[in-house]
Write a protein that binds this ligand. Structure first.
Ligand code: WQD
Length: 346
């Protein structure tokens, strides 16, 4: 049973990817300093899979502590690297915190991969590397635009570091996975995204619908789109998770065409904010309390993926549609509410 090291394993996409890896017969260890993630994720994974995943509470910016994990686990067959700060507004406020954390952690990890001979690497990237794309749907060959934030710049820099490292290390292969907008939760609703103060659309919708927030704002309906609101490519987190397993297997089986391959992870369907809200109301049966407000600075007007390469090369298949994305996101929000009520009662 091949052992995979997942960094950021206690986070949203990392946790769901661990479920997919376990269900595909891999053993997994997690590295997460719990600055953003929570051990609750691993408890949920155990409930879903019946398997216990060990977490090393290590800050990857500390090379010595990171090395110790590789010394203790000489049988690591591959690495999937999620651990990074990912708040766009926070990165604008504190760029150096983002450069230090997101870049130093990656460099340390690659250093250990080289020292301990781990040659299969998947890097968590983002469609935000495209900035405001000129052509739609976006292909992997599209030019990288000026990033919207220091966060997006750390993703562009991270991709370049992986590319240069692969070029210098004969046996090393890496997949760069550019996510569009991951949303939703595991179908059991036992795990999902924990966003105390949500910034992204879907947690904002579910927290408003469940009564945590009085109302939410649609940031602009005067864009040049079919209903005036921004267009995004929403993709279920379990589809994103499975793409990681497939990308790792492609490298481990030597099916990758290049030492550094790039894949767009989106459904290929552009959905507006107002269409997403309508899909949520249909899936949840809840009427959402929202109003139209001013545009949010830095917002890309329209972006959605050309996902042909991931489907053709990785054999990636989208299993979840918009209804399941909204249904699982809503049921996860209800899980959180029930747990909070139980804590309150105890
Ligand atoms: C989606 C749409 C908002 C909240 C972000 C990161 C990106 C990537 C994916 C990591 C936009 C609108 C939102 C609200 C709204 N993350 N919106 N009211 O900005 O596409 O991308 O997540 O890789 O790097 O930037 O996602 O969910 O914040 O916004 O109207 O209360 O929803 O204006 O059009 P975004 P988002």
């Amino acid at each position: 049973m091949k052992k995979i090291l997942v960094t950021g394993g206690c986070g949203y996409i990392g946790g769901h990817t661990i479920v997919d890896l376990l269900e595909n017969g891999y053993s997994v260890i997690s590295v997460d300093d719990l600055s953003r993630g929570s051990l609750r994720m691993l408890q949920g994974i155990e409930k879903i899979t019946g398997k216990t995943v060990k977490n090393y509470r290590v800050n990857l910016c500390d090379l010595e502590d990171t090395e110790a994990i590789f010394i203790e686990n000489p049988d690591i067959a591959g690495i999937i690297h999620f651990a990074a700060y990912k708040s766009v507004p926070e990165s604008v406020q504190q760029p150096l915190k983002y450069f230090r954390n997101n870049i130093n952690s990656l460099v340390n990890l690659l250093q250990c991969a080289q020292t301990y001979g781990v040659n299969n690497f998947v890097f968590s990237s983002s469609c935000s590397v495209y900035g405001n794309p000129k052509e739609l749907p976006v292909k992997e060959t599209a030019p990288l635009g000026e990033p919207e934030s220091p966060y997006a710049r750390t993703k562009q820099m991270g991709e370049a570091i992986c590319r240069d490292f692969a070029a210098q290390n004969r046996n090393f292969n890496v997949s760069l996975l550019r996510y569009f907008n991951p949303v939703g939760a595991h179908p059991t609703a036992i795990i999902g995204e924990l966003q105390e103060k949500p910034e992204n659309l879907v947690p904002m919708i579910t927290q408003t619908a469940v009564g945590k927030r009085m109302e939410m704002m649609v940031f602009g309906n005067d864009y040049d789109t079919r209903d005036g609101s921004c267009v995004r490519d929403y993709v279920h987190v379990m589809d994103i998770a499975n793409a990681h397993t497939k990308a790792l297997e492609c490298i481990m089986e030597g099916r990758n065409k290049y030492k550094c391959d790039i894949y767009n992870l989106g459904t290929g369907n552009g959905v507006t904010v107002l269409e997403l809200i309508e899909a949520f109301e249909k899936a949840s049966g809840e009427k959402l309390n929202y109003k139209i407000g001013p545009r949010r600075p830095g917002d890309v007007v329209e972006v959605y993926a050309d996902n042909e390469k991931a489907r053709a090369v990785l054999g990636w298949q989208i299993k979840y549609g918009l209804h399941e994305m909204m249904d699982t996101a809503w049921r996860w929000e209800l899980t959180i509410k029930k747990e909070a009520e139980q804590i309150h009662l105890n």
